[in-house]
Design a protein around this ligand. Structure first.
Ligand SMILES: Nc1ncnc2c1ncn2[C@@H]1O[C@H](COP(=O)(O)OP(=O)(O)OP(=O)(O)O)[C@@H](O)[C@H]1O
Ligand SMILES: [Mg+2]
Length: 248
């Protein structure tokens, strides 16, 4: 379980990125943060692994206030897929995937086996293991980003627009693939996107956010589509578009 309890974040330059945000993500569920650029999604996500500390309020993982946890081991036990995959350019795919196991002292051979297993899990050929990130397509790099996040077998995955940089067809593929693996891995996932269809496809719950991470509406995809809270939500999710009507 991840819990945000009245968190607030003001950066040193005075920008208020998050203003009084609370959320519970139950274990094994996917919560999607959906909102426009700059509304505070990445800031919220980074509070979970302490890349950002809230100005006030607290973030909890099960019974632990993350403020009481050492950030280094905390980050190693949380999978984080960054907005642009964030692979290290001068390391091979295998070494990128096995970053955390290698840091934890796993031997090279075991790390390589783990990397091969994860490549297969994300639907890639193990023959790509010795390549460098620049030698992969954008969609493949994003899969590798996910494989790396899974390497330490974390209970929690933070996914910040993990499929943002790929074309719509590959994106659909990656979304179905994530639904498939989530059906048996059952991680607790905080997923960020500004793609409405992606949010409704993947989320057990969806949070439509305004600036300052203010929650415009929170609910299951069906609840939001059937009962949009206000005109902002209605417009944001494009409730009157033909594709939305089909889904309903
Ligand atoms: N280190 C920082 N210092 C000052 N302001 C910041 C910092 N990081 C983020 N911000 C500001 O906080 C607000 C929220 O940023 P954040 O990155 O969380 O948005 P986001 O919802 O992830 O946007 P995007 O969809 O573009 O990734 C923005 O106004 C941003 O400019
Ligand atoms: Mg962001």
């Amino acid at each position: 379980m991840i819990r945000f309890d009245h968190v607030h974040k003001q950066f040193p330059d005075g920008t208020t990125a998050v203003d009084d945000f609370s959320l519970v993500v139950p274990s094994h569920e996917v919560a999607v943060l959906l909102g426009s650029s700059g509304c505070g999604k990445t800031t919220l996500m980074r509070m979970v692994n302490r890349m950002v500390d809230p100005t006030s309020g607290s973030v909890w993982i099960d019974d632990d206030n993350v403020a009481d946890l050492d950030p280094v081991p905390l980050r190693r036990r949380i999978g984080y897929v960054m907005q642009n995959a964030g692979l290290l350019p001068h390391r091979t795919i295998a070494d990128n995937i096995a970053t955390v196991p290698l840091l934890e002292g796993v031997d090279k051979k075991t790390a390589r086996q783990k990397a091969d297993e994860l490549l297969q899990l994300v639907g890639m050929s193990t023959s790509t293991a010795d390549r460098y990130p620049s030698q992969l397509s954008g969609g493949q790099r994003q899969r590798v980003g996910v494989a790396r996040a899974l390497a330490a077998d974390p209970n929690i995955l933070l996914m910040d627009e993990p499929f943002g940089a790929v074309d719509p067809l590959v994106r659909r593929d990656l979304q179905s693939w994530l639904l498939e693996i989530q059906a048996h891995l059952a991680k607790t996932i905080l997923f960020v996107t500004h793609d409405v269809d992606e949010a409704f496809l993947l989320g057990d719950q969806v949070l439509v956010l305004r600036e300052g991470a203010e929650i415009a509406q929170q609910g299951t995809p069906d609840e939001i589509l059937d009962h949009p809270a206000d005109d902002f939500v209605r417009t944001f999710v494009g409730i009157d578009l033909p594709s939305r009507r089909r889904r309903r």
